[in-house]
Design a protein around this ligand. Structure first.
Ligand code: SF4
Length: 408
């Protein structure tokens, strides 16, 4: 029988369910939903022990104590969308102030400026198939010469890669295999947030009420289909949108299961809901820092040491340093040029400030591509020769951006 790693004498106040979950994680065993629920409810000594175990697990895979970020430009190719999520301030209707679909010239101008500033990633983040809802978008795509929004996104990704050398990472929602096939060769990785497997969110008044793209099954299918095209994927959970703590655990386990089947999930994001004016959820409570920490620790312990775990630093600017004490190892994308169009009220930190926050928590900030170092170093997750060639110019053998190419 294995000895308990968290001895009662050392942790007299830690509850038996949390101690059991921590021991299982540290022994490399798959945690059950009950284990996850014990962790995600943790407070007091239970939370402190869960965070310490999560931090320990992270260091097992990253003894060099590196924490990463991607230097990017944000390209909101279109803010039209087929859906209306209860928390979304990004989405606009065709006649609404601020509605915009970027032209190829606008895309190139931003990407070129980003390249001048040392960015490596072009993040295309856009609404899901807006042409299915808005005839105006279908007409605009027709004028541009594309049959669909994903086809336009694929062409813009190719343009940016070929003209600027920035490596695209596209988030454009649920994709068919044909759409994925068109996007894959021009993206170094792609993303789709699972957000939550909660069915409650689809009920009247729920965050996903009336949406068609937020189906967890379709989003998991998109994540898995990407593996067939050699595409590493970013996904994650959005917390505080009306889901239960059990739903969060089920969502993390659904991601773990998908990773077990296909192996192409390079990263999970634990993202906190932010209440925004003019949205249906403008008066909803936002997750606290403690809620973030227990969810991050649970994510690390459920997903294991190898998984990259990220939370955006700009959505909790005052407390984000604590994320690194709960097992996180990445800050996501940070831009010196463009704002966070999804959370426009939350400015990115300066890289120097992020470096200081990271150092204060005991880690070294390093730049990565939109493909994580372990995925880049493996050489397995390049969807095309063009992407592999450009990435190879930017990273060293260890998969991190070459030190001489980093912006300090
Ligand atoms: S969150 Fe995404 S899918 Fe939902 S309305 Fe906004 S852009 Fe559309």
């Amino acid at each position: 029988m294995r000895p308990a790693l968290t001895q009662t004498a050392q942790f007299p106040s830690v509850s038996a369910p949390v101690r059991r979950a921590i021991d299982a994680a540290l022994y490399g065993e798959a945690l059950s939903a009950d284990d996850g629920c014990a962790l995600i409810r943790a407070s007091g000594a239970d939370l402190a022990a869960a965070m310490a175990a999560a931090a320990e697990l992270n260091l097992r895979a990253r003894p060099h104590r590196r924490v990463t970020y991607s230097r990017k430009v944000f390209l909101p190719l279109t803010n039209l969308c087929r859906d209306r999520c209860g928390y979304c301030t990004f989405v606009k209707g065709p006649g609404q102030a601020g509605a915009h679909t970027m032209t190829p010239d606008e895309v190139l101008a931003v990407a070129r400026r980003g390249a001048e500033l040392g960015c490596k990633e072009a993040l295309f983040s856009l609404g899901d198939h807006p042409e299915w809802r808005h005839p105006e978008m279908a007409e605009q795509l027709d004028r541009l010469g594309y049959p669909s929004t994903p086809a336009y996104a694929a062409a813009m990704a190719q343009l940016v890669l070929e003209e600027t050398g920035l490596l695209p990472h596209t988030n454009c929602g649920v994709l068919s295999r044909d759409e994925m096939a068109a996007l894959a060769p021009w993206n170094v990785s792609m993303g789709i947030m699972l957000e939550s497997v909660s069915e409650t969110l689809f009920e009247p008044g729920g965050a996903h009420y009336g949406t068609t793209s937020k189906s967890p099954e379709q989003r998991i299918a998109t994540l898995e289909a990407a593996a067939d095209f050699g595409v590493a994927m970013t996904t994650g959970i959005l917390i505080g949108i009306g889901e239960s703590l059990e739903d969060r655990v089920d969502s993390l386990i659904a991601i773990r299961d998908a990773q077990g089947r296909r192996g192409n999930i390079q990263e999970i994001i634990v993202q906190n809901f932010r209440a925004k004016p003019s949205t249906r959820m403008r008066a909803a409570a936002e997750p606290s820092l403690v809620d973030m920490l227990r969810t991050q620790a649970a994510a690390r312990l459920l997903l294991g040491p190898e998984m990259n775990v990220e939370s955006p630093p700009n959505l909790n600017a005052d407390g984000c340093g604590a994320y690194l004490l709960a097992g996180n190892n990445d800050w996501g994308g940070v831009s010196p040029l463009t704002k966070d169009f999804i959370n426009p009220e939350a400015a990115w930190p300066e890289v120097a400030a992020l470096r200081a926050i990271t150092a204060e928590a005991g880690f070294e900030l390093r730049e990565r591509l939109a493909l994580f170092p372990d995925y880049a170093a493996s050489g397995r997750w390049y969807p095309s020769a063009a992407v592999a060639h450009r990435a190879g110019e930017l990273v060293a053998d260890d998969g991190y951006v070459r030190p001489e190419s980093e912006v300090r």
